[in-house]
Ligand binder design. Structure first.
Ligand SMILES: [Zn+2]
Length: 92
């Protein structure tokens, strides 16, 4: 249940919520949200650092791949084996 702004404050002061704890609650809520976000980000960073520690080669490769401009990859040529392809389409 949400407290109305004109209802008496939950702290028992007898004041209206908007005159008492509304601002404090809003600040607390947003700071809690920020703390949660910071925690999630820190956990993600720690996970990534852990993964990089476990597999430095993969981390280096990922870094390289990220640094390399796209469209200039030396990917091996795909060999299309048309003769071995069981599904042969008749040219129309
Ligand atoms: Zn209050």
């Amino acid at each position: 249940m949400k407290l109305g702004r004109n209802d008496p404050c939950h702290c028992g002061s007898g004041k209206k919520y908007k005159k008492c704890h509304e601002a404090a609650d809003a600040a607390k809520e947003s700071s809690e949200l920020a703390a949660l976000q910071a925690k999630a980000e820190a956990e993600k960073a720690a996970e990534e650092a852990e993964a990089a520690e476990k597999d430095p080669k993969a981390a280096a490769a990922a870094k390289k791949a990220a640094a390399r401009p796209s469209g200039h990859s030396s990917k091996p040529k795909e060999r299309i084996t048309t003769a071995a392809n069981p599904i042969r389409r008749k040219a129309v």
